[in-house]
Design a protein around this ligand. Structure first.
Ligand SMILES: Cc1cc2nc3c(=O)[nH]c(=O)nc-3n(C[C@H](O)[C@H](O)[C@H](O)COP(=O)(O)OP(=O)(O)OC[C@H]3O[C@@H](n4cnc5c(N)ncnc54)[C@H](O)[C@@H]3O)c2cc1C
Length: 472
């Protein structure tokens, strides 16, 4: 039986809204609504009052005005990948942007104009035709919008910065249904806030990214060792990433081996240490830089090779399918210390699910060369993002899976910079954690919120931006 939420808005009002839109308006009870309300994290089961699928900016403006008039929380589903399910507010109005995935590449100016429903893979497919790339994340199904608005990092961030740093302009529908462009020339303070401040100031309909020459061939892929061989591998890892040029991003993953074709069957399901390499510079130099990894101990398997940049961008996709139950705990780290890795290995030994893991993402490089207040995302002192990623299939795994992730996180927290990545915060994490994500930039963000969305129509970060700024 369909559990239809009771909406404070009269059915006739939705009928009138539907008639004014070019795209469909999906209501509870319709099969398309059931599909549209799903997000990547299978733990999220929320029922908005209605889900609109805009086919253009006018549809977006009509929905923003409607939400304002009827006091509905408005959220936007870009890729639907936010772990806390922020795109799907209970009883609210959702703008599902999946009908707007266009990417236009201006080769001469080296920019891409990207619509708000595009996934990372859409951008890579369009830009790589010209040997260009935008600085985005590690999984091709993730939404460009949420990732960029919260900061964004991936294989190219050490060369070019947070994704939002490389986003040069955003077109925005504001809380009153108006249209503005945020760029260095027009509303620069708004651009500052949108670069990391999340979807708190309006609905972005188009992003403009600076592109860089990357690929089409890079040197990348995973190389794995059995956990028993971890000692020398982890020592080498620490040394390699401390000295690495920005062209190298080497993600460290501690987990049980997935049944991947590049790993022998006898290692599947066993704890392993995986280095996920991406060298995006000169290939001969890259071979020299990664040679010590190839010759360290006896790898259980490797798919580290010259490959297309687009194939690199999709390598982690099979490990993150939509619909599993996911629970993350995350911190920024100033370094990867030997003690932290030893603790992480202990927790790997106790992991309860074959899909869970502990990941160390190197950042730093270009991110830390910009001034601390360059964009709202801040946290430029961080050199790594730690993510304890709990993942399992069924609700009966919730208790053990969450306890494992919390245990690993609470033992590793002491290595944190004190900051945390806003895009990795789970549903249960409250205002204190959002404050930790923004640190000293919070007062400036709260001022922007008062200017652009004083009624808090867009409440992505709960109440933190709407609250009075912190002293200092
Ligand atoms: C498998 C996986 C891999 C990931 N990998 C990375 C990674 O490599 N690097 C990284 O930095 N992060 C990564 N993330 C985190 C990711 O950045 C966040 O989950 C982000 O919120 C996803 O964006 P989305 O558009 O898919 O989110 P959604 O769930 O669709 O939206 C998230 C939030 O953004 C708001 N929003 C969305 N679109 C708009 C818009 N057009 N205008 C205004 N507000 C909007 C929504 O209202 C909501 O509050 C990953 C997440 C997952 C699940």
């Amino acid at each position: 039986m369909t559990n239809t939420p009771s909406s404070p808005v009269a059915a006739s009002a939705f009928t009138a809204l539907a008639a004014s839109l070019r795209g469909p308006l999906l209501l509870p009870g319709e099969p398309a609504y059931e599909e549209a309300r799903t997000v990547w994290n299978g733990m999220i089961d929320r029922r908005p009052a209605a889900i609109a699928r805009p086919l253009g900016t006018d549809d977006v403006r009509a929905c923003v005005r409607f939400a304002g008039e009827h006091g509905l929380t408005l959220a936007v589903k870009g890729g639907g990948h936010n772990i806390a399910g922020l795109a799907m507010p209970e009883g609210g109005l959702v703008l599902d942007m999946s009908g707007l995935r266009g990417v236009e590449v201006d080769v001469e100016r080296r920019i891409a104009r990207v619509q708000a429903g595009a996934l990372l893979g859409d951008v890579d497919a369009a830009t790589q035709q010209h040997g260009l790339a935008a600085t985005l994340g590690f999984v091709s199904q993730t939404g460009v919008a949420g990732l960029t608005l919260g900061g964004g990092f991936g294989y190219l961030s050490r060369r070019f910065g947070w994704s939002c740093d490389t986003c040069t302009a955003m077109d925005l529908v504001t809380a009153d249904g108006g249209l503005v462009r945020a760029s260095d020339e027009s509303h620069p303070e708004l651009l500052w806030g949108l670069r990391g401040g999340g979807g708190n100031f309006g609905v972005v309909t188009q992003f403009e990214f600076r592109l860089e020459a990357v690929g089409p061939e890079i040197l990348g892929g995973p190389i794995a060792w059995r956990a028993e061989e971890a000692g020398p591998v982890l020592d080498l890892y620490r040394q390699l990433v401390a000295e690495a040029p920005p062209e190298l991003t080497c993600v460290l993953i501690l987990r049980k081996a997935p049944p991947a074709p590049w790993l022998p069957a006898d290692v599947h399901g066993k704890p392993v240490v995986v280095a996920m390499v991406c060298w995006s510079g000169d290939l001969e130099e890259g071979e020299r830089v990664v040679a010590p990894l190839r010759s360290c101990g006896t790898p259980a398997g490797s798919a580290l090779q010259r490959r297309t940049y687009t194939s690199q961008q999709a390598l982690l996709d099979p490990t993150q399918p939509k619909g599993r139950r996911y629970y993350w705990k995350s911190e920024y780290l100033p370094a990867v210390e030997a003690d932290a890795l030893a603790i992480a290995m202990e927790h790997l030994g106790r992991v309860t699910s074959p899909h869970s893991g502990i990941i160390f993402f190197p950042i730093g490089g270009a991110i830390e060369t910009l001034p601390a207040d360059h964009s709202a995302v801040g946290n430029r002192d961080a050199r790594f993002v730690l993510n304890v990623t709990g993942a399992w299939e069924q609700p009966d795994g919730d208790e053990a899976g969450m306890a494992w992730a919390r245990g690993a996180w609470s033992d590793l927290r002491r290595f944190s910079t004190g900051g945390t990545y806003v895009n990795f915060l789970t549903e249960e994490e409250g205002d204190e954690r959002v404050r930790a994500a923004y640190g000293g930039n919070l007062g400036r963000l709260a001022a922007l919120k008062r200017q652009w969305d004083p009624r808090n129509l867009f409440s992505s970060t709960k109440q933190v931006f709407a609250a009075p700024p912190l002293p200092g």
